[in-house]
Design a protein around this ligand. Structure first.
Ligand code: HPA
Ligand code: ZN
Length: 336
């Protein structure tokens, strides 16, 4: 329809996408074979790319998804595996009319398997350079801490010389906090976030996806984050919602993810209308597109189907996305 091409052509920015979440079942099986990785034999989902994809349509929770997400990424070994993975994302993003991407990666999940941080970073950095040259898509990298791992493990990654070098030379722009949410409150990571602020890094954290609204206020007050990833449970605290609207804090909302992980029953339950009416800034994002059945434009289309937003509303969502990005002002001016 004409609205589809209107959404395709909007200057879209994505702020919540995990590069490891762009691993399709096809690529997963190809890399498992090439890299001699044995997939679980006791789970029928791993019989073929088709059975695995079918399993993805039956996720019951964040943790149910994460189980497959961490097995999936175990097939990534070489620098070129990481580059190819990110290029797969950037190619989809280019077709969807994406202008700018701020993407997460999960180094601890690779370091634990004996893959070095610099292998991962070099592959992703090569893809970022190609995406800008080949598609005109600019990007920033956000290094995530896995909240289900012991805090000392997270702290030792933060202090690692190669990680520190990537913070200081600008190849990584900011930090994030992801993985299993409910048992792992933001305050556990206070020292790491204070250290990141000291270095001048940008800061965000997943909060209020499955966890309570207090995780959103703790991320803001204790971790001093500048954005909130997901944040849909903000609707459970009206005073906090008003504060976030007043402060202009942006949420990175992921509609298809919320539905597939059973955080909502239908896309229409994602509080898009509530956020618009209350003046809460948000962007619309794909989270883990190969697992949740859609890239950025699919998320825009799903929101449009559920909420029938006006041209003016879509234009202001994209404008907020540009203004809330962590790129240079010059790049923002180009996109506006
Ligand atoms: N939530 C938490 N951790 C994640 C997600 C998510 O949506 N995607 C990848 N890791
Ligand atoms: Zn996420």
């Amino acid at each position: 329809s004409t609205f589809h091409s209107f959404l395709q052509e909007l200057p879209k920015c994505e702020h919540h996408m995990h590069l490891e979440g762009s691993l399709s079942p096809e690529v997963l099986f190809t890399l498992a074979k090439r890299n001699n990785i044995t997939l679980p034999q006791d789970d029928d989902a791993f019989q073929s790319p088709e059975t695995l994809l079918a399993r993805y349509s039956r996720f019951t929770s964040l943790d149910d998804f994460l189980h497959y997400y961490y097995i999936g990424m175990s097939v990534l070994i070489s620098e070129s595996d990481f580059e190819d993975l990110a290029m797969d994302y950037f190619r989809h993003a280019a077709a969807d009319g994406l202008a700018h991407a701020e993407v997460f990666f999960d180094p601890q999940a690779h370091i634990e398997r004996g893959i070095t941080y610099n292998t991962v970073l070099a592959g992703f950095s090569a893809a970022r350079a190609r995406a800008e040259k080949e598609f005109g898509i600019t990007s920033e990298l956000i290094c995530c801490f896995l909240r289900h791992l012991p805090v000392p493990n997270c702290m030792s990654m933060f202090k690692d010389a190669d990680v520190q070098a990537s913070f200081k030379n600008g190849s990584v722009t900011g930090i994030g906090l992801d993985s299993s949410e409910k048992p792992f409150p933001p305050a556990l990571f206070e020292e790491i976030y204070a250290g990141a602020k000291e270095l001048g890094l940008r800061r965000t954290a997943h909060a209020g996806e499955e966890g309570p609204a207090t995780f959103i206020s703790d991320a803001l007050d204790v971790l001093k984050v500048e954005r909130i990833d997901h944040g849909i449970r903000l609707v459970e605290d009206e005073a906090l919602l008003q504060k976030i609207a007043k402060d202009g804090t942006m949420l990175s909302v992921c509609p298809l993810s919320n539905k597939v992980l059973c955080c909502v029953k239908e896309i229409s339950e994602v509080p898009i209308r509530k956020f618009l009416d209350a003046g809460v800034k948000f962007s619309i994002n794909s989270d883990d597109p190969a697992y949740f059945g859609g890239y950025i434009l699919d998320n825009y289309c799903a929101v449009h189907e559920a909420f029938n937003l006006s041209v003016a509303e879509w234009t202001s969502i994209c404008r907020a996305g540009i203004e809330g990005s962590w790129c240079s002002q010059a790049r923002k001016d180009e996109m506006l």
